[in-house]
Design a protein around this ligand. Sequence first.
Ligand code: MRU
Length: 312
Amino acid sequence: VSELPAPLRWRDGALEILDQRRLPGAEVWLRCATWRDVAEAVRTLAVRGAPAIGIAAAYGVALAAPGERSVAAAGLKAARPTAVNLAWAVDRALAAADPLREAEAVAAEEAARCEAIAAAGAALVPAGARALTICHTGALAAGGPGTALGVLVRAHREGRLREVVACETRPLLQGARLTMWECMRLGVPARLIVDGAAALLMRRGEVDLVMAGADRIAVNGDTANKIGTYALAVLARHHGLPFYVAAPGSTVDPAAADGGAIPVEERDPDEVLRIGAPAGARASNPAFDVTPAELITAWITERGVVRTPPLP
Ligand code: MRU
């Protein structure tokens, strides 16, 4: 059992990112010396997960010369559209007298929020529970212990969680590569399934709850998260299982009244096609979906457990 590295670090005037594209095969630190380097790292998922891209982008503002900070802020925000943490953290760094200190503050606050989320959420996990999750929501996605996965790791340490069931998360396999890597490093029992196996496992009684993260939560509770999350919420409802969302307050968008206001990132179709589709085949690649609030049992934030929107 070991602790996990932080997703990024500030070294010698540059931001170093633990390249999540290379994990679990290699632990490679990517050096970003300019805000454009940071924007590219966010766009290409070297760093990913809603809180982590916000923290990285705040450091990106700090890397820009004072005269180009507004341009940098716009460029960093454009790197990925769905996670509101990105724009929120960029705006904080942009408004600060010292963007570097503000980026450090954002990183420290997000880690503290994740600790509070883990403490509040672990109490929702019944003894012996097997928890299904999707994508990757651990330390590398958020700092601190992470969000949804942080809750599950804490529940395991408290002796309640029996097993994490990790959806592989097509097309980029954040579940297979990152959730499994973190669970194995932390000594948390985990089992990997293909996304399409979730229904069968629920039917067989092998899942007791679903715990997901979020990229943007509307005021009415509608929640954007990795593509496939909505399907899990529908399945959970059908099988009578609780469906929880764990996320910091920085993921709540006060300007989004409901899920219709949340932009869904459409990524390169090649991410879907490259496993072996015929040359010339077409594909859609929405990276997120929006789960309606009525399918969500509760939201876990640093303020505690919210069962009835509006979210703060
Ligand atoms: O495309 P990704 O890998 O950035 O998607 C990440 C997710 O969907 C996570 O569930 C979300 O950002 C929460 S991370 C704590």
